[in-house]
Write a protein that binds this ligand. Structure first.
Ligand code: NIG
Ligand code: FE
Length: 425
């Protein structure tokens, strides 16, 4: 199976997400126009999609040698899920805070007691690179089995030059070790480290003058991020980091409006950030600021679910003609799950996205939110054959509807199975 060079999927109930070659993202009403080919076939060669169409136009294949054939009768074929916002490299879970939350403490209460991000930072600083790597690898292997074919991974639990570099190096080793696509983000501005309690400006200087140049020089990150939030970093501080990132070719993907609205969206739009993520607390003026910009609103409904905080106003975003991407936010504090199938269900149930909109948000738009849209996010000739084949399900809406169940049969990355169900023979 490993050497599978040519792969034919035939009789698919539908090929889903067959956007035209070159489609970059879908916004507003177009998000519900998810293109599909019913009763379809798809051919992949050397890990890339080389042909697709309807069985009524099935190609005359003359050379059947060296061809693996999957009969997908009754099953859907979709582009693999992309996860453009995670913190998957971390040292330890935080179940004790979970129990404190059940007893009534909020995310902010826990952080004020020295828990939260700083708790994770102390543990990460003490952990070896090899241990961090081994843990993150098994998390990512599980995410791949659940259909994730690309993931963005942030630093942000180091909060020193040395430990932030350690996290990014681990992410790069994961890139070498695993077949999924990985993009990395420097999130040194995740929380103010205790060493800088009396001098915030000095920490921002360290990020802008030392961390960003070094990380960019060693090509350890693709993006920069800031947790722009009350008690974390201000919009002005975020602007400084975005400016320094831009100077070194690192676009911004930023945490904004999770708990409070403090001008972060306007600042992110001004600095042409690639994405603004969270958006649980949005004023009308925040929504207005997004209109006409190119920034990708990226929503994280499993974070709202876990923290019992409001869900982002996804319908208002889409109704203004804007695109929406979805991500897991996988991290030990606010979202200890990297399961994008659950995100799909929560997006439909809680954000009121139509199944077609949610699938667009987890594929085409999620790929755009991490700059892998030339390779992933749709079924189009030339893109990577990183695909999901479902089990037999009655309709596409059944996928988010029957939440919590596993509807995937096969997950392929670059044409190779990372999970093969009964259908793959
Ligand atoms: O996206 N909001 C900031 N960062 C993470 C949580 C990090 C943590 O609690 O460890 C988030 O929710
Ligand atoms: Fe996050």
């Amino acid at each position: 199976m490993e050497q599978m060079r040519r792969l034919l999927i035939k009789n698919a109930k539908a090929l889903v997400g067959t956007f035209p070659v070159g489609a970059q993202r879908a916004a507003g009403a177009a998000m519900a126009q998810l293109p599909m080919i019913e009763d379809g076939w798809l051919l992949a060669e050397d890990g890339r999609i080389s042909g697709l169409g309807s069985m009524s136009n099935f190609p005359g294949i003359t050379d059947w040698s060296d061809l693996t054939v999957i009969d997908a009768t009754g099953r859907y074929v979709l582009p693999g899920w992309c996860d453009p916002h995670t913190h998957t490299v971390f040292a330890a879970p935080r179940e004790e805070e979970f129990v404190d939350k059940i007893k009534g403490l909020s995310y902010q209460d826990i952080a004020a007691r020295g828990g939260g991000i700083l708790n994770s930072a102390m543990k990460l600083r003490a952990m070896s690179e090899d241990d961090l790597f081994a843990q993150a690898k098994s998390r990512l292997e599980e995410m791949m089995r659940q259909g994730t074919v690309a993931v963005e991974i942030k630093s942000g639990y180091g909060l020193t030059l040395e430990s932030e570099l350690k996290m990014l190096r681990v992410a790069h080793r994961l890139k070498e070790a695993l077949p999924l696509q990985i993009k990395t983000t420097l999130l040194a501005a995740h929380a103010l480290p205790p060493e800088f309690k009396e001098d915030r400006a000095a920490y921002i200087d360290l990020i802008c003058n030392e961390m960003i140049p070094q990380v960019a020089g060693e090509k350890l990150a693709d993006f920069v991020d800031v947790f722009c939030e009350t008690n974390y970093f201000t919009a002005l501080e975020m602007e400084r980091v975005l400016e320094a990132g831009a100077k070194h070719g690192l676009p911004g993907k930023v945490h904004v409006n999770q708990f409070t609205s403090i001008g972060a969206i306007q600042a992110a739009v001004k600095h042409k950030a690639l994405s603004v993520d969270h958006l649980e607390v949005m004023e009308e003026t925040d929504l207005d600021a997004l209109v006409g910009s190119n920034v990708m609103p990226t929503l994280l409904p499993s974070c709202s679910f876990f923290l019992r905080i409001p869900y982002a106003p996804a319908r208002q975003v889409i109704d203004r003609g804007l695109p929406v991407a979805l991500a897991s936010d996988h991290n030990p504090g606010s979202t200890p799950s990297g399961n994008l199938n659950l995100v799909l269900s929560l997006a439909c149930i809680q954000l009121r996205l139509l199944p077609e909109e949610a699938i667009t948000a987890l594929t085409l738009n999620a790929a755009a939110a991490m700059l892998v849209e030339d390779d992933l996010g749709s079924l189009a000739i030339g893109k990577r054959a990183s695909l999901l084949i479902t089990r037999e399900i009655p309709s596409l809406a059944y996928l988010p509807y029957a939440f919590g169940a596993d509807h995937l049969d096969t997950v392929l990355i670059d044409g190779k199975p990372v999970r093969s169900g009964e259908v793959l023979r």
